[in-house]
Design a protein around this ligand. Structure first.
Ligand code: C2E
Ligand code: MG
Ligand code: MG
Length: 644
C-alpha cells in the first residue's frame, strides 16, 4: 500500500507539473523554463514525502485525500504566481517602444509584441495565430515591403532576406519602409540557434539628422547648394558619366563689383543683391542642374545632359543677359556683370577638383578678356597656370637668394628742371628667365601671399640706397593693395626708416585705386597714421580706376600721378589733352602736386609745363637705372629743362 501510494503520488506530481507548465506556456506564449519545472517538481516531492509520513503514521485514507488536496492547493498557488509573472512579462513586452520578435530554431515565432506588429504593419491574423517567420516574410513580400526586387533595401540586406531573413550575420541595419518609416533592426543570436530581433522607429532621428545635413550642405544666405554639396553632386555626376555616359559641364561664374557694392551701399544691400542673383540663376537652369554658391561672389552651375560642349552656349548666353540685367536694391538701380568659365567632363577634367580648377582657369581668362564674356577651358590655360605656379615657387627662392633688384626712375620738377625725386621700381633677375618686370611677377606675388615680403624688401633696399642721395631728392615706393590687407604696412615703413635713417618726410608711398576699392576703415586709418608720421601719399595711375574723385576726398593724398595712357596722347587726342588739363587743375584746387607719367617727348613736356603740371616723369629724362648709376646722375645734377 505504501509503495503503491508512493508511485501514485510520484506520477501525480509529474503529471501536474507537466500540465501546469504547458498551461503557463500557453498563457505567456512562451515555454516555461526547465528551472521552473524542476522547482515545481521539487516542491511536489517535498509535499508528497510529508503526506507519506502522515499516511504511515495514521494509515488512513483520509490522510491521502488530505495530501492530494494539499498538492492541488500548492499547484494552484504556483499556477497563480506563474500566471501573474506571465502577465507582467506580456505587459512589459507590449508596452515597449521597440518592437520585439523571437524566432525559434524551427522558424516558429513564440514571441512577438504589439509594437512589432504595429511597426511592421502586420495583420492581426498573423499576430494571433502563432504565425511562423515564413508567414511574416511572405506577407511582407506580398506587400512589396522591400520594393521590387529589393530596391528599397541595401543589397546586403536583400541578400539576407532572399536567404530566409533569419540570419544573425547582420547584427544591425536600417531600412525605410514603403510608408516612410525608418527602422533600425538589430538581431541577437540565441544559444539554442534562434534569434531575437528588435525594431526601433528612427524616422524622427533620421529626419532631424537630414535637416542638419541639408543645412550643412546649403548656403545660408541664398539657399543654394554650398561647396560641400557641390562636391557631392560632382561625384555623383562623374558616377553617372562612367555608368551611363551622361556628359555634364561645370560653369563657373563670378560677379563683377560686388565688393565695391558691399563697401559703398553696405553688406545688407550686397546680401540682397546676392539673393536676387541666386534666384535669377535658378530661373535659367533645369531641374537636373545644380546651382551652388562657392565664394563671396562666385557661383557654380553643374549643367547636366551635355552631349557636346557647344550645346551649353545658349544657357551661358542666357546667364550673361539674365544676371547682367539691372537690379533694384533698396530703391537703387544696380548693374552687375558676370564673367563665365566653362569646363566639360571628362575632356577638361576627370575628377571634381580638376574640372572645377579648369572651369576657374577659364573664368580667369574671361575676366582678363574684359568681363561679361564666357570662355571654354583650353589646355594652354593650364600651361600658363603651371608657369605661374612655378614662378610663385621660384619667388620664394628669389627672396632668400637676393635675386630682386631696385631700379630708379627720376621725376623732374618742371620749374627747376632738376630731379626732384626717384621712384623705386622692382625687377627680378631670374636665374633662367633673365630680367623680369614687375607687371609680370607682382600680381603673382599678390596672389601667393609673397607681396608683403617683396614689398618690405623693396622698402628696406630703397631707403638704404636713397640715404646717399642729395637731401632735396625724394624717394617714392609703390605699395600694392595686398600689402594693406592683413599686413602691418605702417610698422614695415617705420622699421625701414629707422634701419636706414632715411627721413619720413622724404618718403612717398604710391598706391593705385585698386587699393582704395575696399574702402575699409582700417586702411584709411593706416594711411592717416603714415601721413601723420610725415610720409607722403601719391595716387598712382590717376584716371584709370572707377571713381577717383571719391578717393581724393577720402584719403590724405599729397600727389596725383596722371596715368601714362593720357599723357602719351596729349598732343594727338583732344580728349586726352582735356583730361590731363582737368587733372592738373583738380590737383591745384585740392592742393595736391601733379606728376605726369610717361613723358616721352619734348612736345609732351612742353604741353604739360604750359598747363601748369608741377612734375614730369618718363623716358624723356632717362630709363629706370640701378642705384649706383642713379647716384652718379644725381651728383652730376643734370638740369633737364631743355624745353624750358
Ligand atoms: P607705375 O608705378 O605706374 O610705374 C611706372 C611704370 O611705367 C614703370 O614700369 C616705368 O618703367 C614705366 N614708364 C615710366 N615712364 C615711361 C615712359 O615714358 N614710357 C613707357 N613706355 N613706360 C614708362 P615698370 O617698372 O614696368 O612698373 C610697372 C608697374 O609695376 C608700376 O607702375 C607699379 O605699379 C608696379 N611696380 C613696380 N615696382 C613695384 C614695387 O616695388 N611694388 C609694387 N607693389 N608695385 C611695383
Ligand atoms: Mg608708381
Ligand atoms: Mg603709374
Amino acid at each position: 500500500m505504501h509503495q503503491a501510494s508512493l508511485t501514485l503520488l510520484s506520477q501525480a506530481h509529474a503529471a501536474v507539473a507537466r500540465v501546469f507548465a504547458s498551461a503557463v506556456s500557453r498563457m505567456s506564449m512562451k515555454p516555461i523554463s526547465s528551472t521552473h519545472v524542476n522547482r515545481l517538481g521539487a516542491g511536489l516531492i517535498a509535499l508528497t514525502v510529508t503526506i507519506i509520513a502522515l499516511t504511515l503514521w495514521w494509515d488512513h485514507a483520509w490522510a491521502i485525500a488530505l495530501g492530494l488536496i494539499g498538492v492541488a492547493l500548492y499547484a494552484m498557488m504556483l499556477l497563480r504566481a506563474l500566471a501573474a509573472k506571465s502577465r507582467e512579462l506580456e505587459l512589459t513586452l507590449n508596452h515597449m517602444t521597440q518592437g520585439i520578435l523571437m524566432v525559434a530554431p524551427d522558424r516558429k515565432v513564440p514571441v512577438i509584441n504589439q509594437r512589432a506588429i504595429e511597426l511592421l504593419d502586420l495583420p492581426k491574423s498573423l499576430a494571433s495565430q502563432r504565425a511562423t517567420f515564413d508567414d511574416i516574410l511572405n506577407f511582407q513580400h506580398q506587400c512589396q515591403e522591400f520594393g521590387k526586387d529589393g530596391v528599397s533595401v541595401q543589397p546586403v540586406v536583400w541578400d539576407s532576406i532572399k536567404q530566409g531573413g533569419a540570419s544573425t550575420l547582420l547584427p544591425v541595419y536600417e531600412r525605410v519602409r514603403p510608408n516612410g518609416t525608418a527602422l533600425e533592426i538589430r538581431t541577437v543570436p540565441l544559444p539554442d540557434g534562434g534569434l531575437v530581433r528588435t525594431f526601433t522607429d528612427i524616422t524622427e532621428r533620421r529626419r532631424a539628422e537630414g535637416e542638419v545635413r541639408a543645412m550643412a550642405l546649403r548656403d545660408e544666405l541664398t539657399g543654394l547648394a554650398n561647396r560641400a554639396r557641390l562636391h557631392e553632386h560632382l561625384q555623383d555626376a562623374f558616377q553617372r558619366l562612367h555608368r551611363a555616359g551622361e556628359g555634364f559641364c561645370v560653369i563657373s561664374l563670378d560677379l563683377d563689383r560686388l565688393r565695391a557694392i558691399n563697401d559703398t551701399l553696405g553688406h545688407a544691400a550686397g546680401d540682397t543683391l546676392l539673393q536676387q542673383v541666386a534666384q535669377r540663376l535658378l530661373q535659367c537652369v533645369d531641374k537636373k542642374d545644380l546651382v551652388a554658391r562657392v565664394g563671396l561672389d562666385q557661383f557654380v552651375i553643374v549643367n547636366a545632359d551635355v552631349d557636346h560642349p557647344l550645346s551649353v552656349i545658349p544657357l551661358v548666353q542666357m546667364l550673361l543677359t539674365t544676371v547682367g540685367a539691372p537690379y533694384s536694391v533698396n530703391g537703387q538701380r544696380l548693374i552687375v556683370a558676370t564673367s563665365i568659365g566653362i569646363a566639360t567632363a571628362p575632356n577638361d577634367g576627370d575628377t571634381p577638383e580638376r574640372l572645377m580648377k579648369n572651369a576657374d582657369l577659364a573664368l580667369h581668362a574671361s575676366k582678363k578678356n574684359g568681363r561679361a564674356v564666357f570662355s571654354f577651358f583650353e589646355p594652354e590655360m593650364q600651361v600658363a597656370a603651371d608657369a605661374k605656379a612655378r614662378m610663385a615657387t621660384d619667388m620664394r627662392d628669389a627672396l632668400a637668394g637676393e635675386q630682386f633688384e631696385v631700379h630708379y626712375l627720376p621725376w623732374v620738377n618742371c620749374e627747376t628742371g632738376r630731379i626732384a625725386g626717384c621712384e623705386a621700381l622692382v625687377r627680378w633677375r631670374h636665374p633662367s628667365l633673365g630680367l623680369i618686370g614687375p607687371s609680370e611677377f607682382i600680381p603673382i606675388a599678390e596672389e601667393c601671399g609673397l607681396i608683403a615680403a617683396v614689398g618690405d624688401w623693396v622698402l628696406r633696399r630703397a631707403t638704404v640706397e636713397a640715404r646717399r642721395w642729395p637731401e632735396n631728392v625724394r624717394l617714392a615706393v609703390n605699395v600694392s593693395a595686398a600689402q594693406f590687407l592683413g599686413n602691418d604696412l605702417s610698422g614695415s615703413v617705420q622699421q625701414a626708416l629707422s634701419n636706414s635713417g632715411f627721413p619720413a618726410n622724404r618718403l612717398e608711398l604710391e598706391v593705385t585705386e585698386s587699393l582704395l576699392l575696399f574702402e575699409r576703415g582700417d586702411q584709411r586709418a593706416m594711411l592717416q597714421q603714415l601721413s601723420r608720421q610725415g610720409v607722403h601719399m601719391a595716387l598712382d595711375d590717376f584716371g584709370t580706376g572707377y571713381s577717383s574723385f571719391r578717393y581724393l576726398d577720402l584719403f590724405p593724398f599729397n600727389r596725383i600721378k596722371i596715368d601714362r595712357s593720357f599723357v602719351a596722347n596729349v598732343t594727338k587726342r583732344p580728349h586726352c589733352a582735356a583730361i590731363v588739363t582737368a587733372a592738373i587743375e583738380l590737383g591745384r584746387n585740392l592742393e595736391m602736386r601733379t606728376t605726369a607719367e610717361g613723358v616721352e617727348s619734348q612736345d609732351h613736356f612742353a604741353f604739360l609745363k604750359q598747363r601748369g603740371c608741377e612734375d614730369v616723369q618718363g623716358y624723356l629724362f632717362g630709363r629706370p637705372c640701378r642705384g649706383p648709376e642713379l647716384l652718379e646722375r644725381l651728383t652730376r645734377s643734370i638740369v633737364v629743362n631743355s624745353a624750358a
